[in-house]
Design a protein around this ligand. Structure first.
Ligand SMILES: [Zn+2]
Length: 134
C-alpha cells in the first residue's frame, strides 16, 4: 500500500489534478451524457466523451502555466454567471416580501417592500428618480 502511495505521489508530482475548469468539463460532460441517453443524439455522446478526455488530459498535464491560464479564462466567464444566478435565486426566494424591478436608466436591480403603494424611488447607483408601485 505504501509503495503504491509513493508511486502515486511521484506520478502526481508536477501535475495539478482537477481544477474548477476540469470539474466544469466533467459535470457538463456528465449532463450531456445523460441527455444523450434520453434523446439518442449520438453527437451528445461524442461531445461528452471529448469533454471527459479533455478534463482527464488537463488533470494529468504537466504544463501548469497553460492549464492555469485556461482555468483563469474559465473563471472569468463563469463567475459573473454564477453571481447572476445566485442573485436571481435570492430575488425568487424574497419575491413575496419585496417587489423587484430594474432602474430604467442604469438597469441595476432595485427592490421595494410589497404593499407600500406608490413610491418615489432614487436609484442608489446612478441617482435617477422615478415612481414605482409595489
Ligand atoms: Zn440606476
Amino acid at each position: 500500500m505504501s509503495k503504491f502511495k509513493a508511486w502515486l505521489y511521484r506520478f502526481m508530482a508536477g501535475r495539478r489534478g482537477m481544477d474548477q475548469f476540469g470539474m466544469a468539463l466533467y459535470v457538463t460532460g456528465l449532463v450531456l451524457y445523460i441527455l444523450a441517453l434520453f434523446t439518442r443524439f449520438g453527437i451528445l455522446n461524442l461531445l461528452s466523451l471529448a469533454m471527459w478526455i479533455y478534463a482527464i488530459y488537463r488533470a494529468f498535464s504537466r504544463n501548469l502555466v497553460r492549464r492555469e491560464k485556461e482555468n483563469r479564462w474559465f473563471l472569468a466567464k463563469y463567475q459573473p454567471l454564477k453571481r447572476r444566478v445566485s442573485q436571481a435565486w435570492v430575488r425568487f426566494k424574497n419575491r413575496k416580501v419585496y417587489k423587484y424591478y430594474r432602474c430604467p436608466k442604469c438597469k441595476s436591480w432595485l427592490k421595494l417592500p410589497r404593499h407600500v403603494g406608490e413610491k418615489t424611488v432614487t436609484c442608489g447607483k446612478c441617482g435617477a428618480t422615478f415612481t414605482k408601485k409595489a
